[in-house]
Ligand binder design. Structure first.
Ligand SMILES: [Zn+2]
Length: 381
């Protein structure tokens, strides 16, 4: 850690503990949004709430915070999400010697309140030092945990940023997502033919048998080093004495590689169609794109900025792959170069979730140093 911390660690920890104690399940972010709005307005920033609330059918839209700065510098986008997974209401954070946990009855919600707090406290330092820095756009999103819905609903035309940093990856501080997969989802429908299972089974065609053959023929699991696929839900049928006339199942495919994802989707659709042809039934394969891949190429100026910023904190960046998606994938897909960085939270989405006090503090110092790096980047090369 650098010799002199600039972030007020005790104030940061106190703010973090307040943030996690405000319940904010997906679609129920209104209270935490109000808290964040209060903090940034007190710091003199302007805040807009977009109309994502209607699109996600929730209680709050995304908050877009604008922080004025040196207009000769490209605008930096910072992102963190406000919602948490369940059980996330009634969180009682407990401060131990070196870390913060919940009381074991809920998640902690450091995912992603640590990201939120780290941004807020970097802003506090900038307000105190009055140093020259790039203008900032900060987006605190809703509904990240239920399919990146807030980021998807975010209107690209509201953003003027040239590049950005998302503070929403697990792992020890220093980890940076070098590549994250694109995801597509499949809703498959299989139409069989009903018949009495005891009286005239030969008159029926079982949709269950067709679906079973199709799924058994699909490449699933860890398909290759860069591609995964899973059938996660199946439903249909009526009773044991009826040959099943309809089954539907839900599946996903992910790949770090757009072409591999397409090939995987084709393989799954083909398996379904071949089973349908064999039995002479109708099937439907409805694919939807969930989010695009996230890539941080070795040549990216963002890698240089991150490496420089981390060096000031005696941190060495670890650029690695992830299997998950984040708001950063969606924003990258909207054409803004963005990196997703670890904030230090561990064992997320479990009752054992925790974050080290050191990492929480360093995350905020890192945001500060990234913004300062932005002051050295008049152009994006
Ligand atoms: Zn998260």
């Amino acid at each position: 850690m650098k010799a002199k911390l600039e972030v007020d660690q005790e104030a940061l920890i106190a703010d973090f503990m307040t943030l996690v104690s405000i319940g904010s399940l997906s679609r129920e972010e209104a209270n935490v949004a109000a808290y964040i709005r209060g903090v940034v307005e007190e710091l003199g920033c302007t805040v807009e709430e977009d109309d994502a609330m209607d699109e996600v059918d929730g209680t709050s839209g995304n908050l877009i915070v604008r922080v004025s700065g040196d207009d000769s510098l490209p605008i930096i986008l910072l992102m963190a999400h406000m919602d948490t997974v369940a059980p996330g209401n009634g969180v009682t954070p407990i401060r131990h010697e070196d870390r913060i946990t919940s009381d074991g009855k809920t998640i902690l919600g450091a995912d992603d309140k640590a990201g939120v707090a780290s941004i807020l406290h970097a802003l506090r330092v900038l307000r105190r030092t009055k140093e020259n820095h790039p203008p900032l756009e900060i987006v605190f999103t809703v509904c990240e945990e239920v399919g990146l819905l807030g980021a998807k609903a975010l209107d690209r035309s509201r953003l003027n940023a040239s590049y950005g940093f998302c503070l929403d990856s697990g792992g020890t501080l220093g980890f940076v997502v070098a590549e994250g997969p694109a995801q597509a989802k499949l809703h498959a429908r299989v139409y069989g033919k009903a018949a009495h299972a005891g009286v005239a089974p030969e008159k029926g065609i079982s949709a269950i048998v067709v679906a079973a053959e199709a799924i058994a023929a699909m490449p699933l699991g860890r398909v290759d080093a860069r591609t995964t696929a899973n059938v996660g839900k199946i439903q249909g049928g009526h009773a044991t004495n009826i040959v099943c006339d309809f089954v539907e199942f839900f599946a996903e495919a992910r790949s770090l590689d757009a072409e591999r994802l397409k090939a995987q989707q084709d393989a799954m659709s083909t398996a379904l169609q071949e089973a349908a042809t064999k039995y002479g039934v109708r099937v439907e394969a409805l694919w939807t794109d969930s989010y695009p891949a996230l890539h941080l190429p070795e040549s990216s100026f963002l890698r240089t900025m991150i490496t420089n910023a981390m060096a000031k904190l005696d941190l060495a960046p670890i650029f690695g792959p992830t299997g998950g998606g984040s708001d950063a994938n969606v924003v990258a897909g909207k054409g803004i170069p963005i990196a997703n960085l670890a904030v230090g939270y561990q064992q997320i989405h479990t009752l054992e979730e925790w974050i080290a006090l050191r990492d929480l503090t360093l995350a905020s110092e890192l945001v500060l140093e990234l913004i300062r790096e932005g002051a050295n980047h008049h152009s994006l090369v």
